[in-house]
Design a protein around this ligand. Structure first.
Ligand code: ARG
Length: 491
């Protein structure tokens, strides 16, 4: 045997599936550096499903015999079970999930039949297909988590229709609101987040499998057959786009980042509100931790960590945008860097939704502390100005007069409500009643009966709309789950 031949012999690790072109073994550092199996194993379920659909299609168009199809499908089903039970052993030398599964199929059914599976496909269209299926399922899981949180918020809102606190702008007391109204604001934001995940799912309708490495195939593949088997409505239209694009992943990451920002803002309020300075809420013991040094401490770690993890989820979006921005068509190996950000954002968001739901559901509201803060007469200054407007005074003029009234109260340490009609006339002649009549907490809340305002009936109506909207959307998601032809389980 010549030196060359013996090199070749040695360089032919039975595990590698790219065969004849290579004469040397991959350097072990390169193997470690390029392998993705330690994270893309999360796609195993989808990869097996995609391979089964592909094998069935190959037989359907006459590219493989019925016996081979049966052997391949049964082999893949066995591998699916091995992965599920943890019996499967993942080999980093086999680089990624696609080659790990195909190599195992060779062990299970023999290389001759197993070697027919990769007909007319490439890992490039495989990974795009796996990801589309993963994103479809994970977006549904995120939606479900959002609906649970909205349900917790609306249920706490119903308890606190008559709990009043200051609404803030610039974290300065602005105008009084009902706690229900305050929490319903987050219900609206989260409703749009869920709708964004729904939009994404509705956009994942095209199946990349069959696009091959990037140009399609000379073989008579039936891409519609594969697409239908995997629950897509059609094949992707352009083979190059099929393997080159990650905008669906970016859309997922961006929706996750926006939703995390909303959770972070909820968290920020939980942190502030549970401080001694506010004392508006107490988080339950199950959602707080103590200090190892200071025995008196009860720390809001759960909302703090949600707020902290938001940084990573935003980073994940920026990471993939940055990976993609300079890539020429079509597939480039850089794109393997899409997976860790996606998996991390998915699990971080779902976990954050779950703990935020629990924290909201179990926190205690200090109704008195909120009421004390809301009894600040300055919260009614706008109402005094609007009283003048009702008497025909232009708003800018009213605003200026009440501004001077407020300054007078601040300087002399007076309660705005203590001013008589006479006192008020010193600031504007149109005033026709004492401040205590023109500006009351009740009128401030009840007077704002415009759509989206703080009046009790308005808030009750908004709450009812939010509750039934949430139930309808949850039901719809559950219905879609049972009608998914692939049996995909959006958790
Ligand atoms: N593991 C790769 C990825 O995650 C997919 C395989 C494509 N690799 C390749 N060398 N063409 O993107």
């Amino acid at each position: 045997m010549s030196q060359q031949e013996s090199d070749r012999e040695e360089a032919k690790p039975s595990t590698k599936l790219w065969g004849g072109r290579f004469e040397q073994k991959t350097d072990s550092a390169v193997e470690r550096f390029t392998a993705s199996i330690h994270f893309d194993r999360a796609l195993a379920r989808f990869d097996v499903r995609g391979s089964i659909a592909h094998a069935r299609m190959l037989h359907h168009v006459g590219l493989i015999a019925a016996d081979d199809e049966r052997a391949i499908v049964e082999g893949l089903e066995q591998i699916g079970r091995e992965i599920e039970t943890g019996a499967f052993s993942f080999d980093p030398a086999l680089e990624d999930i696609h080659m790990n599964i195909e190599s195992r199929l060779r062990d299970v059914i023999g290389p001759d039949i197993a070697g027919r599976l990769h007909t007319g496909r490439s890992r490039n269209d495989q990974i795009a297909t796996d990801l589309s299926m993963y994103l479809r399922e994970t977006a549904a899981a995120a939606e479900r988590g959002i609906y649970e949180l909205r349900r917790a918020l609306t249920s706490r809102a119903r308890e606190h229709l008559d709990t009043v606190l200051p609404g803030y702008t610039h974290l300065q007391r602005a105008q009084p609101v009902r706690l229900a109204h305050h929490w319903l604001a987050f219900v609206e934001m989260l409703g749009r987040d869920a709708a964004r995940f729904g939009d994404l799912r509705a956009r994942i309708t095209q199946c990349p499998l069959g696009a091959g490495a990037m140009a399609g195939s000379t073989l008579p593949l039936d891409r519609e057959h594969t697409a239908a088997a995997l629950g897509f409505s059609e094949p992707t239209a352009n083979s190059m786009d099929s393997v080159a694009s990650r905008d669906l992943a970016l859309e997922f990451l961006s929706t996750a980042a926006i939703c995390m920002v909303h959770l972070s803002r909820i968290s920020e309020e939980l942190v502030i509100w549970s401080s001694a300075e506010f004392g508006f809420i107490e988080l339950s013991d199950a959602y707080s931790t103590g200090s190892s040094l200071m025995p008196q401490k009860k720390n809001p770690d759960v909302p703090e960590i949600v707020r902290g993890k938001t940084g990573r989820v935003i980073g994940n979006l920026v990471a993939l945008l940055t990976v993609m921005k300079g890539l020429p068509l079509t597939y480039n190996r850089d794109m393997q860097e899409d997976k860790e950000p996606i998996f991390d954002s998915a699990s971080t968001l779902c976990d954050a939704l779950e703990v935020t739901t629990g924290a909201i559901a179990t926190l205690q509201v200090n109704v008195d502390a909120m009421a004390r803060a809301a009894s600040d007469a300055m919260l009614l200054a706008t109402d005094l100005a609007e009283a003048l407007v009702r008497l025909g005074v232009p708003f800018r003029e009213a605003h200026e007069a009440v501004g001077r009234t407020v300054a007078h109260c601040v300087k002399n340490d007076l309660d705005l409500r203590s001013l008589s009609t006479q006192d008020l006339r010193g600031f504007h002649p149109a005033f026709d009643a004492p401040a205590a009549e023109l500006a009351t907490l009740d009128a401030a809340l009840e007077g704002r009966s415009t759509i989206g305002g703080t009046a009790r009936n308005t808030v009750v109506a908004a709450l009812e709309v939010a509750e039934s909207d949430n139930t309808r959307r949850m039901d719809e998601l559950n219905r879609q789950k049972t009608s998914d032809p692939t049996g995909a389980d959006p958790r």
